[in-house]
Design a protein around this ligand. Structure first.
Ligand SMILES: [Zn+2]
Length: 293
């Protein structure tokens, strides 16, 4: 079982395909604990967060960010994950306790929980005036298939995407991870076919993460019979950007009247970060300080 959360990238010797592999068991477990997700919600949230971490692996600047937003109008409501160049990700699911019976033993109904009536949206904020936005209609709400369609339609890159979250009977995360293979223009059909066969033999990606000790071992199976070089490796973590100072800004946005009202009724204020569920308490004195600003 792969214990570390990290991702690796590789290219075949002729630079026709690019491979990204990620193991995210700890990251998804932390998301599950913070949001108290049901089994199916853990799988949905984990797939979106894992996909965002892999897509964000190309970010360079310290203030750059990638957001993946999926809204299929299903019982889970919108799911949002935001990642930065350092491999830090945070994510939310609107209805964390929503759940559905499995489609088959061990097959969580992620598509049913996410829904199919809506969009997958990618927002790349590269520090420019306008962030880049791309959007596709959902196909299945299972995320991997929807993301492959996004790469094809929005970025014209034929891609194979696998995302998986194995949830244990006590709802903890047994294994989670993802695989993205992208074909460069002019990639040979026989190479793509070998890759497809290798990935088929590998089986579900979450099982592969569970069975192996490292992503390098999984990569060797994906690239079996193909000359390749591994490029970089990067640690991944669940980490939120919220802070007392950032949330204090919300207080300064409230009117004098609203703040006075809160103080009178509650004697203080609690603000919860939607992305990590951290609760910030603001007492009377702090609120008074914002009132006088
Ligand atoms: Zn937070």
């Amino acid at each position: 079982m792969i214990k570390k959360d990290y991702l690796i990238k590789a290219l075949d010797a002729d630079k026709q395909v690019r491979v990204i592999l990620a193991s995210t068991t700890g990251v998804v477990e932390e998301a599950h604990i913070r949001h108290q997700t049901s089994a199916t919600a853990s799988a949905a949230l984990g797939r979106v967060l894992t996909a965002a971490l892999m897509m964000g692996s190309d970010l360079k600047g310290e203030d750059h960010a990638l957001t993946l937003r999926v809204n299929g109008n299903g019982p889970a409501g919108p799911i949002v994950a935001t990642v930065d160049a350092a491999g830090h990700g945070r994510a939310l699911i609107s209805v964390p306790q929503a759940d559905l019976p499995p489609q088959a033993p061990g097959k969580l109904d992620v598509g049913g929980l996410v829904g199919q009536e809506g969009y997958l949206e990618v927002i790349r904020d590269m520090g420019l005036k306008q962030p880049f936005r791309g959007q596709v209609k959902l196909l299945s709400g299972e995320i991997a298939e929807d993301l492959a369609q996004y790469f094809m339609q929005s970025e014209q890159i034929p891609s194979l995407v696998a995302l998986g979250v194995l949830v244990d009977t006590d709802l903890s995360i047994k294994a989670a991870g993802g695989l993205i293979i992208q074909a460069m223009p002019g990639a040979q059909d026989d190479l793509l076919q070998s890759l497809e066969e290798n990935v088929g033999r590998l089986g579900p990606i979450s099982d592969a993460i569970y069975r192996h000790e490292s992503l390098e071992e999984v990569l060797a199976q994906v690239m079996e019979g193909i000359a390749y070089q591994q490029l970089d490796s990067k640690p991944l973590a669940f980490k939120c950007k919220c802070s007392r100072e950032r949330l204090g800004v919300i207080l300064s946005g409230l009117s004098e009247e609203e703040l006075a009202d809160i103080c009178e009724k509650e004697g203080g204020l609690e603000i919860t970060c939607n992305f990590c569920n951290q609760v910030y308490q603001f007492d009377q004195a702090e609120i008074d300080a914002y009132r006088s600003k």
